[in-house]
Ligand binder design. Sequence first.
Ligand code: FAD
Length: 302
Amino acid sequence: PYDVLVIGGGPAGASAAIYAARKGIRTGIVAERFGGQVLDTMSIENFISMKQTEGPKLVASLEEHVKEYNIDVMNLQRAKHLVKNDLFELELENGAVLKSKSVIISTGARWRNVGVPGEQEFKNKGVAYCPHCDGPLFEGKDVAVIGGGNSGVEAAIDLAGIVNHVTVLEFMPELKADAVLQKRLYSLPNVTVLKNVQTKEITGSDKVNGISYIERDTEEVKHIELQGVFVQIGLVPNTDWLGETVDRTRFGEIVVNNHGATNVPGLFAAGDCTNSPYKQIIISMGSGANAALGAFDYLIRN
Ligand code: FAD
């Protein structure tokens, strides 16, 4: 069996595997797609110590770093079912079963899409999901934020300090964000809030040039010219496959303590699939390292 089996090959999983392998223990990593969300990222400017890089480049160096160690990399393999008997037993989609003394789950998350025409086409060409990552790319420009929950309103407040103007589009008749955030939002001079509107289309030619929406009470279609659209309607953790195996929040995030440990002894989690409040590459890597050290600590005590 493995000493540590890491499930997920994004920045959290890669970091966890390297930290585990550096303890000289038997380490494996199973990933549906090595690199995770980073593979879908164009420009990265907030990975500290690198002024600028691109997702695929960062994934290539992650892979190179992992290969420096004696780590079994099982790429293009999807985890299906996890149980704990004497050992953890992980069943893969292909039927294989892997056994391990401890497990680190780092299966990440995905942004919920609005699913309107233009969204896929203009991803990374004006359609963005992460204000911390891409906000500065829209300096001085006009942008929209789709979603008036906490993340949408936080994004709008954040962006208002960088861009020229922000339009918030909320489907429901009222914003769902906390009152204190709404108050801050409404105090900003360069923000417009549209409620009870449905996004119809993100328009553009080679990149985004506007957004069309339907006023739900009048059914009138309107169009605004702008250069960027931030979709903020939720981040969904890739944890459904775990069912009742481990404690999760009502959003599906795996609950971990400050050692990266879950409620199941020997089962750890790291990165975007956990209840960590902020989801970033550098944070995932730190939490992967943390969970691996937590797992090592568990192994030497059991
Ligand atoms: P992920 O990167 O999501 O990796 C999850 C891994 O688990 C993948 O290998 C996946 O294939 C695998 N997996 C999932 N389910 C299973 C399963 N059942 N079995 C086996 N494997 C599975 N952050 C920044 O810091 N800076 C940026 O500029 C930035 N830009 C971004 C741009 C975009 C378009 C997106 C989508 C995200 C961006 N982020 C950015 C966020 C950042 O990518 C994430 O915070 C980070 O990748 C999370 O790492 P992770 O390892 O926790 O999860």
